[in-house]
Design a protein around this ligand. Structure first.
Ligand SMILES: [Zn+2]
Ligand SMILES: [Zn+2]
Length: 243
């Protein structure tokens, strides 16, 4: 097997198992632009953390479906400085053994099987305790906001806001506000697939919610947090999962 550094092998086949890309539904591309079947690259990275083709150091958390990152930037007219790729994260499959993680005194339910495209939160003119305070008191808990594909661009660029009139998708059951769910599968019920780089993805916004600012509702068998002031919710990333 041979490949020059930085040259994409995306048009061929998996260099490990020789499955053609037409037959592989879960291919992943490394930051050095080399593509493998998800299962091949996961197995190889268990023993070492370098790209099998070019030996660049890589980790599975930064391997994404080919074209997803560039396709997202193109589709949503992402500007320089809006994203911070070092915080991108491929959450991967649900582990068999799970540790309980809390963020801002709430249980964090990680978005397994989703790919995070991280916002550049360092742009915000505020101290960073809401994201990374070592003491839980100042940290903001994590939630998810699903939306119809036609709203993704405006939310991405302008943030979440309380929708009115015809835009309200949730009905009046829990009152007006910005709706977020602590479990991504609940938020995803409100998302409609959007096409990026030729594939359909569900899109859900990853957010942090100011402690004490929200009302908790058990709505149609799921938990929702309803926030009435848009200053109390901050987007930290966009999550994508093949639909
Ligand atoms: Zn393979
Ligand atoms: Zn490589």
């Amino acid at each position: 097997m041979s490949a020059s550094v930085g040259r994409s092998n995306v048009d061929e086949e998996c260099p490990v198992c020789f499955t053609s890309w037409d037959e592989c539904s879960d291919s992943l591309q490394t930051p050095c632009k080399h593509t493998f079947c998800g299962r091949c690259i996961r197995r190889l990275l268990q023993d070492r953390n370098t790209c099998p083709l070019c030996r660049n150091p890589i980790d599975i958390e930064h391997c994404y479906p080919p074209g997803l990152l560039d396709g997202f930037k193109e589709k949503f007219d992402v500007e320089e400085g809006q994203l911070n790729e070092q915080f991108n994260y491929n959450y991967g499959p649900k582990p068999s053994k799970r540790q309980l993680i809390t963020k801002g005194k709430r249980i964090f339910h990680p978005p397994y099987e989703w790919y995070k495209i991280a916002y550049n939160c360092l742009n915000l003119d505020v101290d960073m305790n809401w994201l990374s305070a070592p003491d839980m008191d100042n940290q903001w808990p994590i939630a998810y906001h699903g939306t119809l594909n036609r709203y993704v661009s405006s939310i991405f660029h302008e943030g979440l806001r309380v929708r009115t009139g015809d835009e309200v998708v949730h009905g009046q059951a829990c009152g007006q506000g910005i709706y977020c769910a602590p479990r991504i599968q609940d938020a995803c019920k409100y998302s409609t697939p959007t096409k990026i780089a030729g594939k359909k993805y569900n899109v859900v916004f990853l957010v942090r919610v100011r402690p004490g600012s929200y009302t908790m509702w058990d709505c149609m068998n799921m938990q929702m947090w309803v926030i009435t002031n848009k200053e109390d919710v901050r987007i930290t990333g966009v999550l994508l999962k093949p639909a």
